[in-house]
Structure formats: C-alpha cells, structure tokens
Design a protein around this ligand. Sequence first.
Ligand SMILES: [Zn+2]
Length: 284
Amino acid sequence: MMKYFPIFLLFLAPVACTQSGKAQPEQPDQVEDSEALTGQAQDTSSLEEVAETVEQPEPVRPDFSIEYLTGKFEPAEHPDFVKVDKKYADGEGYYLHRATYESFQKMWEAAKADGITLTIVSATRNFNRQKQIWEAKWTGARKIENGSNAAEKYPDPKTRALKILEYSSMPGTSRHHWGTDIDLNDLDNYTFEHGQGKKVYDWLQKHAAEYGFCQPYTAKGSERPNGYNEEKWHWSFIPVAQQLTNLAASELKNEMIGGFKGAETAGEINVVEKYVLGINKSCL
Ligand SMILES: [Zn+2]
C-alpha cells in the first residue's frame, strides 16, 4: 500500500485546485456529483485506481468553498444551480442546487399523489439578497416578526441582532445560501398546526427523509438549545447540506462574517456555533 502513496499525492496536487471534482472516486450516495459533472471529460482512470487502492477518507468537494458557504456567488450563473419551474413555486426566479431540485421534484410528485401540495415560497438567497433582508430589519425599514421597528425598540446592537436572529440569518450564515434549503407553503408555524397545513406537515415528517429532506429548525429545548426559532416550513436537502455543515464546523469563523450593518455583533453572539451549527441533530 505504501508504494502507492507518493503516486497518489502527485495526482492529487493538480486536481485539488480544479472545480470539477471529477477525480473523486464514485460515491453512489453523493447524488450531487452525478449530474453536475456530466460532460466534463477528463482522463482520471489512473487516479481513480490509485485512489481506490489507498482507500481515501470521505473526499472534500473542491467546489464547496468558503465563498460558496457564505453565499458569495450568483445562483443564476452557477453551473450546479437550476431554475425552479413555476409549477413548484409561488412565483418565478427561484434557484436550487441541481441535486436538491431533482429530489424535491420526486417528493413533490409523491406528495401530490397523496393529496398534499408542496409550494416553494423561498429557495436560494445569496449574500447580497440576505444583506438586503437583514439591513432592512436592522435599520427599521422592515418590521421584524413581532411587529417592531428593531432600530427604535432595540438600540443596543447585540440585543437588536439577537431579535432579528430569531427568524433571519446574518448574511454569510444562512443555509439558504447553499441551494439546499427551501421554505414551503407559508412562513408561519400556525399554518402547519391546523387543518390542511397540519396534513402537509404530518406528511413531511413522515416522508421527507425518504427524499433526503430534514427540518433543521425544530422546537428549541434540550435537544436544540441554540439557534433560530422553530420553522416548520424550512426543509433542507441533507446529502448536500451535510457537507456544507461540516465545512462550516471546520472552517467558518465568526471573524469571517462581515460586510453588513450590525456585523460587529457576530463574534459576541458566536453566530457560527449558535446559529449555523444550532440545528436539529438528526439533520447533521
Ligand atoms: Zn428558510
């Protein structure tokens, strides 16, 4: 086995800098690799042989960077993103990571067959979009969920940030940056606790996992002490999101969160550990 090791390193050095990820060995459970890379022909057969021989640990995708994690890209121009057909959404212009979208379509069909309508009401939001939302709440231009003008009611920056963080992410820290997370039907827990809305939520609890989806923001308590309040509408495609959560855990630091009003509170709040990683453990 040792004799392969230097050979493997020689091959790894050039490919680790590319965007394709084509050089990774086949991982049948990593659905996001399969379609996005179609057509990018490279002769990597010798590397694949060697890589399999040395039994690499789970490969880190070269196309998931801190830039990606923090939403600093344009989904409409990203090769792994696709536009959501309006039949699945409440409007046009939504984008998702291709793997998320493919699995969502299957879930949507299965739900429909059971009399359940799933409608995407928010999908990918990049850093700039999240910055607009955050700063509108920070300055009071947009009311926060309790109906208050946060700038007037919470002059202390940390208190104001924590109030906004009950439901909204700081730019750079949102799972909506990743193309893996969707909001369904209505941004109101009450909707999912009564009537047809409850049927929708019950269906998702029973079947979403079959399609790789998980609710990251469950009720707060001993199981999930930190992070955003419960969001019964927010679902995350774990086969892709799990890799980004892992990247956040190992690489994302509070000091990297900046470029918007109120960003100086990120370190004091410990936004990476408490919010980015403050998710339902079954979504890890
Ligand atoms: Zn959401």
